[in-house]
Design a protein around this ligand. Structure first.
Ligand code: FES
Length: 97
């Protein structure tokens, strides 16, 4: 499976389409949000442990929010990015999974 979420009990394959956030929610994984996925709150921040280059590029709106929140280089807004290469291995996590 291309996208995998690292949670405390176990790694979980995350299928589907759309943003990382929508895919995780569809899988039953909670994703924090205070802006309903509009890229403003950064609550949905995920840390990309592997495969960051296979995600969709960071657009200006996401870049501004990441900078405003002091996000690290391996962090993305899960509501603003998707998987660019469906065959690539991508591993993500959050502080609350
Ligand atoms: S849900 Fe608010 S920035 Fe992603």
């Amino acid at each position: 499976m291309a996208l995998v979420a690292r949670t405390r009990p176990a790694d979980l394959a995350v299928g589907g389409m759309g943003t990382l956030m929508s895919r995780c929610l569809a899988q039953g994984l909670p994703v924090a949000s205070a802006c309903s996925g509009r890229g403003a709150c950064a609550r949905c921040l995920v840390t990309v442990l592997e495969g960051a280059s296979h995600l969709t590029p960071i657009r200006p709106h996401e870049s501004r929010t990441l900078a405003r929140q002091g996000a690290g280089p391996g962090q993305r807004l899960s509501c603003q990015c998707g998987v660019a290469d469906p065959g690539a291995a991508i591993l993500i996590t959050t502080g609350y999974w």
